[in-house]
Design a protein around this ligand. Structure first.
Ligand SMILES: [Zn+2]
Length: 114
């Protein structure tokens, strides 16, 4: 965290200072993945039980709201997926076409080349 970290985000980090898995307070390692003037996305690792969580913080009138989700993503995984492009409708259609053709199953069941 540095001096340019939005104030609401600094205040909101106390919301993720308690591990939702083991309930230990103040034993979390928090990394800010992304933030702007009103929202922030953080990755939290519990130093006691090693569970990880991603939390979305948003500045609200009179406070900060937080929505957290326990995940198995490491900090590196989270950064990797954040940098990836979003799926498009074409990606979904391509996946559907690939999965619904007979060739897909044949490809999966084909013995490896020798
Ligand atoms: Zn924990």
């Amino acid at each position: 965290m540095n001096t340019s970290t939005p104030k609401f985000l600094v205040e909101g980090l106390r919301l993720v200072s308690v591990c939702p898995a083991c309930k230990k307070d103040g034993k979390t390692n928090v990394h800010i993945l992304k933030s702007d003037r009103q929202t922030g996305l953080v990755h939290v690792t519990c130093q006691t039980c090693s569970h990880t969580m991603m939390a979305f913080l948003e500045q609200q009138r009179g406070g900060v709201s937080c929505v957290g989700l326990i995940t198995d993503l490491s900090l590196q995984d989270a950064r990797y997926f954040l940098d990836r492009q979003c799926l498009t409708a074409d990606d979904v259609l391509l996946a559907h076409e690939t999965l619904t053709t007979g060739d897909f199953l044949n490809t999966l069941l084909k013995p490896p080349c020798s």
